[in-house]
Write a protein that binds this ligand. Structure first.
Ligand SMILES: Nc1ncnc2c1ncn2[C@@H]1O[C@H](COP(=O)(O)OP(=O)(O)OP(=O)(O)O)[C@@H](O)[C@H]1O
Ligand SMILES: [Mg+2]
Length: 467
């Protein structure tokens, strides 16, 4: 096969070389030389930027109101949680990356989408990782004896050029490539999964999507460091990036959009991994609180915003006398720095003797909370364990904790309170409003405003002899 001309370019200083080198001769960086295709100079009508936007042909400035299309037409997806994360449905001609840790359920989820979509449309599922038999077995398990949809085609192939040929011949509306790390372009020297292969393969898939209005989903593995192979090259090429995350030992899976050219980011879809595949969890707050024990010390309910959706989650805290000189601070589901800050505030501002205690914090359901709005619940869970005094069972706690022990207002308070009221909570401890106005707070919820963490905890914790 005719080789195309490639060169190796250092990703840190830009030095080019004709052959691979372990170390850049110019800047000395190790393993920074990445293979690139040497392309002929672009013509005026087809510069890389135009190709990236899926444009071709001569350009002409036009008035905005002459251009057709007010909103993107979308293909309806029968799985509501998936549609929600995409911003309403699949945009024709878009390319979406589905990333996640090994074994988290990426192939399962995408095969499920393919099966659902294939009842009315043509879908091509390309598997570079599993045999036809394996995929068929999974499909049969997911369908639970239901009929195989007529429109689903399967091919096990890793040569990208062959994949593109199959796609052009079949003309599906949806193409799933599982995974981008297994496909390769034969003319390039580097092996499948290398930065240059991943970049080139995804660019070609993007060009296919833009030119033919086929919607392309590519599955990508996330390495331990949380980077999709190749220093985030993929994320820039695609329109939408979805991450499937969750604790492998727990059933819940969160599908999160971290980039979306057609919808809001940080939107979250919640699924539960079952024998029959990913089941939608349409009321996640209820699911996350299902196993909660009432009136035990060390548990508090936080309300966190995931995209536009408020979620109620249980935060557990445990303090235990340390046997080490340096007590442990072990967070699961929150950031370690947030935990260190909260324990420091509890020690210095509220006089809790946490210096001799190991502190553990756990967010139930495999959730990861990144918002400071959960600070108050984390602080309450720790203080509740330390004092052996439960948090009132029908209360939610919302607010950011500041270094002086003050409670700070957080965004979208009304939405959070509405969700708490909907789930039957009777009381909310929140930061004091300094500016009135804005959206009114919902009825049916007793709202306790507190200026400081100390004040909030004195209202939220049940102490003996006081209800
Ligand atoms: N028969 C089964 N019953 C229930 N769950 C199963 C069954 N087979 C597999 N699973 C679940 O599916 C998960 C694997 O899902 P899947 O292969 O979709 O993950 P993936 O993200 O594509 O993984 P990889 O990165 O290895 O491709 C397993 O961890 C397991 O929990
Ligand atoms: Mg897989």
């Amino acid at each position: 096969m005719a080789k195309i001309q490639t060169r190796y370019v250092c990703q840190s200083c830009g030095r080019a070389a004709p052959r691979p080198m372990g170390r850049c001769p110019q800047c000395g960086a190790w393993n920074s030389m990445v293979e690139e295709i040497v392309s002929p100079p672009p013509s005026a009508a087809h510069t890389p930027a135009r190709a990236q936007a899926g444009l071709s042909g001569a350009s002409r400035p036009r008035k905005l109101d002459e251009i057709e299309g007010e909103s993107e037409a979308r293909l309806a997806v029968p799985i509501g949680e998936f549609a929600r994360v995409l911003g309403g449905g699949i945009v024709p001609g878009s390319i979406v990356l589905v990333g996640g840790d090994p074994g988290i359920g990426k192939s399962t989820l995408m095969l499920q989408i393919a099966l659902e979509m294939a009842s009315a449309r043509k879908v091509l599922y390309v598997s570079g990782e599993e045999s036809e038999r394996q995929v068929k077995m999974r499909a049969t398990r997911l369908l639970q004896g239901g009929a195989l949809p007529a429109g689903l085609y399967l091919v096990t192939e890793t040569n990208l050029e062959t994949i593109l040929e199959h796609t052009r011949a079949l003309q599906p509306e949806l193409l799933v490539v599982d995974s981008i790390q297994t496909v390769y372009i034969p003319e390039m020297d580097s092996s499948a999964g290398s930065v240059s292969q991943v970049r080139e393969c995804s660019s070609r898939l993007r060009d296919l999507a833009k030119a033919s209005a086929i919607s392309v989903f590519v599955i990508g593995h996330v390495t331990k460091e949380g980077v999709i192979a190749g220093p985030r090259v993929l994320e820039h090429i695609v329109d939408t990036v979805l991450y499937l995350e969750g604790d492998r030992f727990q059933a819940y899976r969160l599908l999160r959009s971290v980039k979306n050219r057609f919808g809001a980011t940080s939107e979250v879809g919640v699924f539960e991994m079952r024998e029959q595949g990913m089941a939608e969890v349409t009321n996640p707050s209820e699911a996350f609180l299902a196993e909660r024990m009432i009136n035990v010390a060390g548990s508090a309910i936080a309300v966190t915003m995931e995209g536009t959706r408020p979620l109620l989650v249980e935060v557990q805290g445990l303090t235990s006398p340390t046997s080490l000189g340096n007590p442990r601070r072990t967070p699961n589901g929150i950031d370690i720095n947030r935990l260190l800050l909260i324990t420091a505030v509890l020690t210095r501002r509220l006089g809790l003797h946490l210096a001799e205690q190991d502190v553990f914090v756990n967010v139930i359901g495999g959730m990861r909370i990144t918002e400071p709005a959960a600070d108050l619940a984390v602080a309450a869970a720790i203080a509740s364990s330390m004092k052996d005094a439960p948090v009132k069972a029908d209360s939610v706690l919302i607010g950011e904790v500041g270094l002086s022990g003050e409670l700070r207002m957080v965004g979208q308070m009304s939405a959070r309170l509405r969700e708490a009221a909907k789930l039957g909570f009777k009381q909310a401890v929140v930061p004091r409003r300094l500016h009135r106005g804005g959206e009114p707070w919902p009825d049916g919820l007793q709202i306790i405003e507190a200026r400081s963490l100390r004040e909030a905890l004195s209202m939220a914790l049940l102490v003996e002899g006081r209800a």
